[in-house]
Design a binder for this molecule. Structure first.
Ligand SMILES: Cc1ncc(COP(=O)(O)O)c(C=O)c1O
Ligand SMILES: N[C@@H](CCCC[NH3+])C(=O)O
Length: 447
């Protein structure tokens, strides 16, 4: 056991920073016990450790010096989270007018908002330009033309999203830096250089000064849940080479280089995870060295971590509804949530750990599969789990590392109501997002 594990009784690499195993078998987070939270808010319940989020924001800021750290809101966004991100001095990456509406609701500083998306709708762009976001990350030639033609277009700043042809070795559905996927302008085909040409070509058209947005720099994002640091280094080198090619062709030194996010986290003990400090050292060194090679000034870096900020802060508490003996041995433990609050096992084969909370189990552990309540045989939350032999209906189970891409990807499948998100800190809990009600479900059903 690691020293940290002995101190908290939990694997610190998996559980939130303030999580503690209590002597009676319960788990507390932010000084509040899961059993107390479940009694007050019901289950399923998504718990967010505020200290954990803040600590990870600071770790990224410390690791990257004067770089801009933009939290990727797609991982988990609500007003409380946006405020916390703003307080910690991070910027915010949004990818829809819906995410922007949340930023707007807390008056997130517009200059620190980046708008992404491979298919931004007219509403997305209107909202971005209307709010005066700091950068729009252009993803297609038609978007470049639309921005040039937009009434507010000339007042915004733009990054061009490049697919640098680097494979981060993650799940195919999460790979976004290679050729042949839908995001960005491929480097290999010359499309990225052509995108730069189009934007800069608008600037001196007819000697009338700049039409369309100012080109602030280049962007790439290799994908998500990547742990190979050499992939980020290689992308940095290729992107700096493109910055140098832009300088050589146009005489323009672009000031910003956004290397995206995608930093992988450990969901289970022993899994690899990106250490922000090591990432910062290696990526900054790769950029510095590439800039020296090309005799370029070092651009201002932007990083966009989503999962690495939010994942570990989240724990989902479920109530056991039934326990069945499984034909293949062990037990099937069915809980009151499932693929509607965590679609990741079904989508990516994602694996989790689970633990009994609220009491101490007896009789040793046995093999268990934790399944959800939905009408699909594939609604499995945790495979290959081990749970106390006496686990029974009414028990609480806690699944760690559910802070990113859980609430944000939750659905109403089977018209199940989405769970609340409750932030905990210093012995207090506060609702960030309340539980959905039957009235909520019926509110849009106007037929
Ligand atoms: C453009 C962009 N930036 C940042 C992220 C955040 O990724 P992650 O949550 O893996 O850090 C994503 C999602 O993969 C993205 O599409
Ligand atoms: N939804 C994915 C991550 C997608 C990243 C967004 N660009 C996941 O849960 O792992």
């Amino acid at each position: 056991m690691l020293a940290s594990e002995i101190r908290t009784g939990l694997d610190a690499a998996i559980w939130p920073a303030t999580a503690r195993a209590e002597p009676d078998g319960d788990v507390s987070i932010g000084g509040v016990r899961i059993a107390a939270l479940a009694a007050r808010y019901g289950t399923p319940l998504q718990i967010l450790d505020e200290e954990d989020v803040r600590g990870r924001c600071r770790a990224f800021r410390d690791a990257f010096g004067d770089a801009e750290i933009a939290y990727a809101g797609k991982a988990f966004l609500c007003r409380g989270m946006a405020s916390l991100i703003a307080e910690e001095g991070l910027s915010l990456d949004v990818c829809s007018d819906g995410e922007l509406a949340v930023a707007r609701a807390v008056r997130f500083p517009p200059g620190r908002v980046l708008m992404h998306g491979n298919a931004k709708t007219p509403d997305d762009l209107r909202a971005a330009l209307g709010y005066g976001v700091g950068r729009v990350v252009a993803d297609s030639f038609s978007e470049i033309a639309r921005l040039a033609a937009a009434p507010d277009g000339a007042r915004t700043r733009m990054l061009i999203r490049v697919a640098p042809g680097v494979d981060g070795g993650t799940h195919a559905a999460l790979t976004t830096g290679t050729d042949g996927q839908k995001f960005g302008f491929p480097l290999s085909t010359g499309a990225a250089a052509e995108a730069v040409r189009r934007v800069l070509g608008q600037h001196d058209a007819g000697g009338r000064g700049r039409r369309g947005p100012e080109l602030a720099g280049l962007h790439c994002h290799l994908g998500s849940q990547i742990t190979a640091l050499d992939a980020f280094e290689e992308a940095a080198r290729r992107m700096v080479a493109l910055l140098a090619a832009v300088r050589d062709e146009h005489g323009v030194v672009l000031p910003e280089l956004d290397l995206g996010g995608g930093f992988g986290v450990a969901y289970r003990p022993g899994e690899a995870e990106v250490d922000p400090r090591e990432l910062g050292e290696r990526v900054r060194r790769a950029v510095r060295e590439a800039c020296a090679l090309h005799r370029l000034p070092v651009p201002r870096l932007v990083l966009e971590p989503g999962r690495a900020i939010a994942a570990h802060a989240g724990v989902t508490a479920y109530r056991v509804v039934s326990v069945k003996r499984a034909a293949a041995g062990g037990v099937l433990v069915a809980v009151d949530g499932g693929m509607s609050d965590n679609p990741r096992p079904g989508l990516y084969g994602a694996a989790y750990t689970v633990r009994l909370a609220g009491r101490r189990g007896t009789g040793g552990d046995r093999a268990a599969t934790v399944v959800g309540r939905h009408c699909e045989a594939g609604d499995v939350l945790v495979r290959d789990a081990r749970l106390p032999a006496d686990v029974r209906p009414g028990d609480l189970l806690a699944v760690p590392c559910t802070g990113a891409y859980h609430h944000s990807m939750a659905s109403n499948y089977n018209l199940v109501r989405r769970p609340p998100v409750v932030a905990v800190r210093d012995g207090r809990a506060r609702t960030l997002v309340r539980r959905e009600t039957a009235e909520d479900l019926l509110a849009r059903d106007v037929g």
